[in-house]
Design a protein around this ligand. Structure first.
Ligand code: ADP
Ligand code: MG
Length: 360
């Protein structure tokens, strides 16, 4: 299948700051890619360049076979087969919900019959039928955002661009909307680029996740692959490897790498890629998922274990979270189902399989 969207070698700087440094990727029809990256990594910049709201310094973009950007061409946003949903809803405050949803269709000079049909089907899909006569101010945040999505979908764009559309909602609503949105996108099988800094959102929605780091694509892979095989430390952090210990490489073979960490030796897996070529003596970071860090004061469950002191205790409902200090003064978080006292010496353990080693 030929790609519906082709991005080739996009560069963008603001003054002296290089924000995008050679971004290239392709999307197939119906695919959802989540752009994931820390704040300021260039996610919105890339999305706006794709939308045509911002000029790139260099690069080419092709959509549905149409060249919208190259050295000689710049097709403006309204002529690109896209629509966009923003974080702040951006609804017309003086227009009813129906008028808001219809807006793009009127701009396209669609007949009243077509407009009515589209509003009916889209408001059914997004459960807005009861709200069509209201004004945006009479809706909750979640409902307003649903209208924003309905308005973008009403024009039946080939590609839907969404920039953190749920980030203004409270946690509970965000979680609900996340699965609702995943359903809708799957039902419509609309090609979508979705910007987020939330791993769980990316997991719920993405066919593939694209991580931006220092202007480049750090990794582009399906969620599970990215979670299990993060290529760089930055990707690992975005995938929830929050625990980090410092050490030095003292041995390595095909399967595992051994790290000296204070008095202890820790074994883990060093992802093999050009960013992470390790030799003996290299300074490295040992990265662990919080969920993989078990506080168990009695048993040796795994090959890797550390003796630590509890320096902070946080109750998280179904579990307790402990801030732990190693003998050489490093800090790591661990989980346990039981309450343990402050200053207690506990052993934490984690498997080699769940331990990732990256060059620092
Ligand atoms: N119009 C602008 N002028 C100058 N700098 C900008 C502009 N827009 C974005 N930037 C800078 O570019 C970088 C990337 O911004 P952005 O794409 O908004 O990041 P993200 O959406 O990933 O948080 C940031 O350092 C930001 O300050
Ligand atoms: Mg942004």
């Amino acid at each position: 299948m030929s790609p519906i969207l082709k991005i080739n070698d996009i560069h963008k700087s603001f003054g002296m700051t290089k924000v995008l440094d050679g971004i290239s990727f392709e999307m197939t029809e119906g695919e959802c890619i989540c752009l994931l990256g820390s704040s300021g990594s260039g996610k919105s910049t890339l999305l706006q360049i794709i939308a045509g709201l911002l000029q790139a310094d260099h690069g080419e973009i092709t959509m549905t076979g149409l060249q919208v950007l190259n050295k000689h061409t710049f097709i403006p946003p309204e002529k690109r087969p896209i629509n966009m949903v923003f974080q702040d809803y951006a609804l017309w405050p003086h227009m009813t919900i129906r008028k808001n949803i219809e807006y793009g269709l009127k701009m396209e000079k669609k007949t009243e019959t077509v407009r009515n049909e589209r509003v009916a089907s889209i408001s059914k899909l997004l459960q807005l039928e009861e709200l069509l006569k209201r004004l945006p101010s009479e809706l909750s945040g979640g409902q307003q955002q649903r209208v924003g999505i309905a308005r973008a979908l009403a024009t039946e764009p080939s590609i839907l661009l969404m920039d953190e559309p749920l980030s203004n909602l409270d946690v509970k609503l965000r979680t609900e909307m996340r699965s609702e949105l995943a359903d809708i996108l799957r039902k419509l099988s609309i090609t979508t680029i979705y910007v987020t800094h939330d791993m769980m959102e990316a997991f719920a929605l993405a066919d593939r996740i694209l991580v931006l780091h220092e202007g480049k694509i750090a990794q582009l892979a399906p969620p599970q692959q990215m979670y299990e095989e993060p290529k760089t430390m930055g990707v690992a952090q975005l995938m929830g490897y929050q625990n980090q210990l410092k050490g030095k490489v003292i041995a390595k073979n095909e399967e595992e790498t051994t790290i000296q960490c204070g008095e202890l030796r820790i074994k883990g897996i060093a992802p093999t890629n050009p960013y992470n070529e390790l030799t003996i003596g290299d300074d490295v970071s040992i990265m662990l998922q919080l969920e993989a860090t078990h506080v168990d004061s009695t048993s040796y469950q795994h090959d890797n274990y550390l003796e630590t002191k509890i320096v902070q205790v946080i109750y998280e409902g179904s579990r307790w979270r402990y801030r732990l200090e190693t003998k050489d003064g490093q800090h790591i978080d661990g989980l346990h189902t039981k309450k343990l006292p402050l200053n207690e010496i506990v052993r934490i353990s984690f498997s080699v399989q769940q331990t990732r080693i990256f060059k620092s």
